[in-house]
Structure formats: structure tokens, C-alpha cells
Design a protein around this ligand. Structure first.
Ligand code: PBG
Length: 305
């Protein structure tokens, strides 16, 4: 009588890569999550692949001195992120790689777009995002993940990819991405917190669901292959709404803060962490998520075994 079942193929595993060698640095606010140097990441990926996980989402960690106003580092060949994509693809050709398209990991302002006089420049940012997406596709990305929330970027990125011959690289749009406090631990992991202000001029108001439909419709019309809701746990209604209105895959991003809460309560012995984890993931699937980005991917895959 079970209506919904979790499978390891439901998961995309977000991972963090950093510069250096033999580095495996714990993210303090995310027990069980590490920033890996590429050599260590390749070792870790063996375990990930052996567990049956089919896709990872890679994030790059940059030192402050490599950041600038225009996220220049993001498109330079031979740099950390692009080199990592290439190397992972070569080592694990059957593992799908989703990328992150946004300026914040490379931005000296810590924002997802270009900042001028305290404002985010939407259209100027789109040009940077297109170059970033093409550079990632060249390096072997399978799924481009624009997490920036600029308006009009899906169509621009689609056209840029197609023009360079990457017609088979797909786009998972962060369509309904809310301005959320649940991203805190992620910003610790990447040292990417905004240097001033917040992200409320481009990320969504947590009070809105009709607006999520508008954002999703725009991304759908512009050529997105998959639509994402982020965060997931406090936004199950948004996942359901998108699922009921669009016949393309819907993704849920079970974000860092959602992960951290479970791990913290588990460490204190206040909840049964494994059961809560599975219940949370199941609720996302029940709400309509076809795929779940989650830091629990390895833990859940082990249990599902
Ligand atoms: C930024 C980005 C964020 C996350 C993924 N990409 C944080 C933000 O918007 O500040 C959050 C992921 C998580 O919390 O797990 N482009």
C-alpha cells in the first residue's frame, strides 16, 4: 500500500571542492560534510559511485584573493572548478555532474550578481553567467544549475550553450529560490556570505507561492529542462504547486540548514536522526519532487541498501 518510495536514483549529492592537495576539511556546521581538494574528492567519489549515486552537484571554494567584482576566475581555463569538472568526468564518465552558475563563490561582494552602488545589475550579470555556463559545458558539465535568480538568464544561457554546440547540456533552473536563513551553513562551507545587505532583491519572499508560479513559468518558457524549489522542507507546498502545473521534472533542494538541524538534534540525542532523515526525504518526494539535492545522499543510500 506504500504510495511513495525513495530510491538512491532520486538523489543528487552536493559536494565542495577546494584548492590544494590531500585536504579533507570538515564543515563545522554540517557534520559529515567536507571540503575536498581534488585528489581527495576523486577518492570520495569512488564511494559515492559505489553507493549507486548517479549525479553530484559541485561547488567550488575560492580564497578571498581570487575573488573580484566580476567573478573573473569563473571562466579562466585551468582553474579549480573547471579543472575539477574535467578530471571528474574523465575518472567517472558515467557520473552526471551538475554545476553551479552564480557569481557568489567568485565575487568579492559575495553576491550572485554584479554589484554597483549597492545594487545588483541584472542584465550585466547575465553576460557573466552565460560565459560561466559555456566554460562549464566545455569542461564536461551535464547539467547547468543557475542558482543566481537573475531575470531572463535561462533563455540567455540556453542560447549561449546552443551557439557553442552544447545542445545536449541541460539546464536545471533554480526557479523558486527563496531568500532563506536555511542557507547559513552553506555560506560557511564556501565563505560566500554577502559582504553587505541581503539577497532579497533577487531571491524570493518566503511568503509567496503565486510568485513561484510566475518564476517557474518564465523559466519553462525560456527553455529550462527541470525546475527547482529551494529550500525544500518549509516549501513542500511550493514543490506540489509546481508539480501540478508543469510537466517537466521538479527538483527539491534539501539545503544546508535543513541538514544541519537534523544532525545537531541527532548529536544531542534529541531525535532519531536516521528516521527523521528518511521521513524528510520521503515528504519531499511525496510532495512531488522527482529529484532531491541532498547532503544526506550518502547516508540515505546506505540505509536504502
Ligand atoms: C548561491 C547558492 C546558495 C546555495 C546554493 N547556491 C546560497 C545562497 O544563495 O546564498 C545554498 C545551498 C545550501 O544552503 O545548501 N548561489
Amino acid at each position: 500500500m506504500t504510495e511513495t518510495q525513495l530510491s538512491v536514483t532520486d538523489f543528487i549529492y552536493p559536494m565542495f571542492v577546494m584548492e590544494g592537495k590531500a585536504q579533507k576539511v570538515a564543515v563545522k556546521s554540517m557534520p559529515g560534510v567536507f571540503r575536498f581538494s581534488l585528489d581527495e574528492l576523486l577518492l570520495e567519489l569512488k564511494e559515492v559511485v559505489d553507493l549507486g549515486i548517479k549525479c553530484i552537484c559541485l561547488f567550488g571554494l575560492y580564497p578571498e584573493e581570487k575573488k573580484d567584482k566580476y567573478a573573473s576566475e569563473s571562466t579562466k581555463e585551468g582553474t579549480l572548478y573547471l579543472e575539477s569538472l574535467k578530471t571528474i568526468k574523465k575518472a567517472y564518465p558515467d557520473l552526471a555532474i551538475m554545476t553551479d552558475v552564480a557569481m557568489d563563490p567568485y565575487s568579492s561582494d559575495g553576491h550572485d550578481g554584479i554589484v554597483e552602488n549597492g545594487k545588483i545589475l541584472n542584465d550585466e550579470t547575465i553576460e557573466v553567467l552565460c560565459n560561466m555556463a559555456v566554460a562549464q559545458a566545455k569542461a564536461g558539465a551535464d547539467i547547468i544549475g543557475p542558482s543566481d535568480m537573475m531575470d531572463g538568464r535561462i533563455e540567455a544561457i540556453r542560447n549561449a550553450l546552443d551557439k557553442e554546440g552544447f545542445t545536449e547540456v541541460s539546464i536545471m533552473s533554480y526557479s523558486a529560490k527563496y531568500a532563506s536563513a536555511f542557507y547559513g551553513p552553506f555560506r560557511d562551507a564556501l565563505d560566500s556570505a554577502p559582504k553587505f545587505g541581503d539577497k532579497k532583491t533577487y531571491q524570493m519572499n518566503p511568503a509567496n507561492v503565486k510568485e513561484a508560479l510566475i518564476e517557474a513559468q518564465l523559466d519553462f518558457d525560456e527553455g529550462a529542462d527541470m525546475l527547482m524549489v529551494k529550500p525544500a522542507l518549509s516549501y513542500l507546498d511550493v514543490i506540489k504547486t509546481l508539480k501540478e502545473n508543469f510537466n517537466i521534472p521538479i527538483a527539491a533542494y534539501n539545503v544546508s540548514g535543513e541538514y544541519a538541524m537534523v544532525k545537531a538534534a541527532e548529536e544531542k540525542g534529541w531525535i532519531d536522526g536516521e528516521r527523521v532523515m528518511m521521513e524528510i526525504l520521503l515528504s519531499m518526494k511525496r510532495a512531488g519532487a522527482d529529484v532531491i539535492l541532498t547532503y544526506f545522499a550518502k547516508d540515505a543510500a546506505k540505509l536504502l541498501r
